[in-house]
Design a protein around this ligand. Structure first.
Ligand code: AHR
Length: 312
């Protein structure tokens, strides 16, 4: 056997008959779709039977799915928690049933002893990188910023807001003048941007848009164009995720920067579970993925091509 073939067959042996429950938030964004696709792919390649549950953005559906996974006696649970609070009871139930739980991409406020590990990015840092990029780009000019927040109560919405404010702190010429949730969706991103444009002199008073994800930015770009302004020029656009559509917008000069969030959270999650099952290795409580800034100078057309077939 080659090393790679041995690794695959060893992984398969470990996976033998194992059932994984996956409680996904829904399909609010291109990034979310890619995470779902990659999790299913990883499970298949490693020989796991994946029980997939789509919560349609509702925490109660996620809690019901977790209880059903626990009742079935699955070998592990992956969950992308829609909001940060309200998980203690169900996590405790999983712990009592000795089912390891791995959090994917969003964090919870519960005691870390209630889950095995969490795979995700430093969400505060992502916002900070976006804010620092804007501050450096704008320089001394006065800049009125509008902000599209993610799902209310979700860890990325909370942390990306905090991080961005940190990133622009000390630059008194930069001010967030409007801030509302667009629920991480393209359609609400457009709708809320329309109201921002109306409130800000048809958009003429807005210097920059910060969106907590690319999908909301793409919706907002459409609204800016319909208002007769040029996104990327009249209004700078910075967001988070690095999905193919934002690179397309960057290549067309309609978006300026994005911070990458990898949709492959399942790979590190399965690696941690496999080490835990093989020899009881406790993973660190947080497995951090990379966050990289991309601007129009980073070959957006090439970045689009490299990502367009990855399940986004
Ligand atoms: O939790 C990660 C966020 O959720 C992504 O940035 C966003 O696109 C998604 O819906």
């Amino acid at each position: 056997l080659t090393t790679a073939a041995f690794a695959v067959s060893a992984g398969m042996a470990l996976a033998d008959g194992k059932v994984i429950g996956f409680s996904q938030i829904g399909s609010e964004s291109g990034w979310r779709a890619a995470e779902t696709t990659l999790t299913k792919k990883q499970a298949e390649e490693r020989g796991y039977q994946l029980q997939f549950s789509d919560a349609q953005q509702k925490q109660e559906n996620q809690i019901a799915a977790m209880r059903s996974f626990i009742a079935q006696g699955v070998d592990a649970i992956l969950i992308a928690p829609v909001v940060a609070t309200g998980w203690d009871a169900v996590l405790q139930e999983a712990k009592e049933a000795e089912i390891p739980v791995v959090l994917l991409d969003r964090m919870v406020d519960s005691d870390p002893s209630l889950y095995l590990t969490a795979v995700g990015s430093n969400l505060v840092h992502e916002g900070e990188v976006a804010g620092q990029w804007l501050a450096a780009t704008v320089g001394d000019k006065d800049c009125r910023i509008v902000e599209l927040q993610g799902t209310t109560g979700s860890s990325p919405a909370i942390d990306r807001k905090t991080g961005f404010e940190k990133g622009i702190a000390g630059h008194d010429n930069l001010k967030i003048v409007q801030s509302q949730t667009g629920d991480f969706t393209r359609s609400l991103g457009k709708e809320v941007m329309e109201s921002f444009l109306q409130a800000e002199n048809g958009g003429k008073d807005i210097c920059a848009l910060y969106a907590h994800n690319d999908d909301m930015a793409v919706g907002a770009i459409q609204a800016i164009k319909e208002a007769g302004l040029k996104p990327g020029q009249d209004i700078l656009v910075v967001s988070i995720d690095a999905v193919p559509d934002i690179f397309k917008a960057m290549a067309d000069g309609e978006a300026n920067a994005t911070v990458e969030l990898t949709p492959n959270m399942a790979g590190p999650a399965f690696d941690a579970l496999e080490a835990f099952w093989a020899n009881g290795t406790e993973p660190p409580k947080f497995i951090q993925t990379e966050s990289k800034l991309y601007t129009q100078a980073d070959d957006p057309a090439g970045q689009y091509e490299a990502r367009k077939d990855l399940g986004y």
